[in-house]
Design a protein around this ligand. Structure first.
Ligand code: FE2
Length: 367
């Protein structure tokens, strides 16, 4: 790999940044491709103004009002989408009075708030905040929340969702596949009652009616099923000496989409190592960053986004923290300091559109 260099720079990226300069990474293919670090006199996200359509977005998901918040027959609200992925918000307040089957793509639900029961062809499983629920395309399912105050993200992918290659890391980090849970078969429902199965294909819903429960499976075998992973079972990869990029925390991927999870962990112990992400301009990836829990301020006065906040960092614009957070992360250095937030980061290789519904509701109630 050929390396070039000019001027003042850090020999080890992300460590011992030259005094008074700010490090920005200009890289390809997320954090996996060719890259250079640029050492600047100013944070590159401190623009004076932006003219034109490109800008970072902040969406308070708990202020969105999907149809399923008030109408049991309602469906989640698409928020962001491209050809590969649709990211929706569900605030389902009552159990589905129907079964649902998505013929358009795999679904990965991230339960931000509210426990409940997921019933499927493969059986049923309880879910709670912090769970990922992986539902393969074509699975019939029913969501029955316990409470009325719920919020989940639903990532629908055109391609099949799988796990990233772990290579030299081995098979047991950032989680052992043995911690994945699958549903348990339920006792049979009595026949004679009408059941509705709503099938989504090309975004349109078709209802299929039965006089028996569609979850009438007495047994199954195979390697395709519904799975559950909770964030507390993710054991973050980390390094004493250098901050790792978000891609090190990827747990699920599909063509054009990677889902990463940041979980509580010790901060880098080397006093010269940067402890928060360097600036970067995401030239091949559009980023959706969703705060699930915890404090995100890095000691910068207790501020920081509240749980439920979603950031959209469009490819092309630089992003990162700010001067105050950088200064706080350096000045508050303690050997035993920890990062205590949990967040979900969805990287998309194609630019995302914001749905009309989300744009309207965001505009009506600005953050
Ligand atoms: Fe980023």
């Amino acid at each position: 790999m050929i390396q070039y260099q000019k001027g003042r720079f850090a020999k080890q990226a992300h460590v011992a940044i030259p005094e008074g300069l700010f490090e920005e990474e200009h890289g390809r293919n997320g954090f996996a491709g060719r890259a250079s670090q640029l050492y600047r006199r100013h944070p590159p996200n401190q623009w004076k103004r932006i003219e034109g359509p490109l800008r970072p977005r902040l969406i308070k998901t708990e202020r969105l009002e999907p149809d399923d918040l008030r109408d049991p027959r309602g469906i989640p609200m698409p928020v962001l989408y491209n050809d590969d992925v649709v990211i929706s918000v569900s605030r389902r307040a009552q159990p589905m009075p129907f079964c649902f089957r998505n013929a358009d793509g795999d679904e990965l639900h991230f339960v931000h708030q509210g426990p409940g029961l997921l019933r499927t062809d493969y059986g049923a499983m309880r879910y709670e905040a912090g769970d990922y629920l992986l539902i393969p395309r074509g699975t019939s399912y029913q969501v029955l929340p316990d409470t009325s105050d719920n919020l989940s993200l639903i990532v629908q992918t055109r391609g099949e969702i799988g796990f990233p290659e772990r290579g030299n890391i081995g098979h047991y980090a950032p989680f052992d596949y043995g911690v994945l849970e699958i549903p348990e078969l339920e006792p049979a429902e009595p026949d004679g009652q009408e059941w509705e199965l709503r099938v989504k294909r090309m975004g349109q819903l078709t209802s299929v009616f039965y006089d028996f429960c569609p979850f009438d499976v007495e047994g199954w075998k195979g390697n395709l099923t519904v799975m559950k992973l909770n964030v507390r079972d993710i054991r973050s990869l980390m390094s004493e000496g250098v901050h790792l990029p978000p891609s090190a925390h990827c747990n699920f991927q599909a063509p054009g989409v990677a889902v990463c999870t940041f979980v509580p962990r010790p901060l880098e112990g080397d006093p010269k190592a940067e402890r928060i992400p360097w600036f970067h301009r995401n030239i091949d990836v559009e980023e959706v960053f969703f705060v699930h829990a915890g404090n995100f301020s890095f000691g910068a006065g207790g501020r920081g986004p509240t749980p439920g906040t979603m950031f959209v960092n469009p490819l092309g614009l630089s992003h990162g923290s700010n001067r105050e957070e950088l200064a706080a992360a350096r000045s508050n250095w303690r050997k035993d300091a920890r990062s205590e937030f949990t967040a979900v980061n969805i990287d998309c290789t194609k630019p995302l559109e914001v749905s009309q519904e989300a744009a309207t509701q965001s505009a009506r109630r600005p953050a």
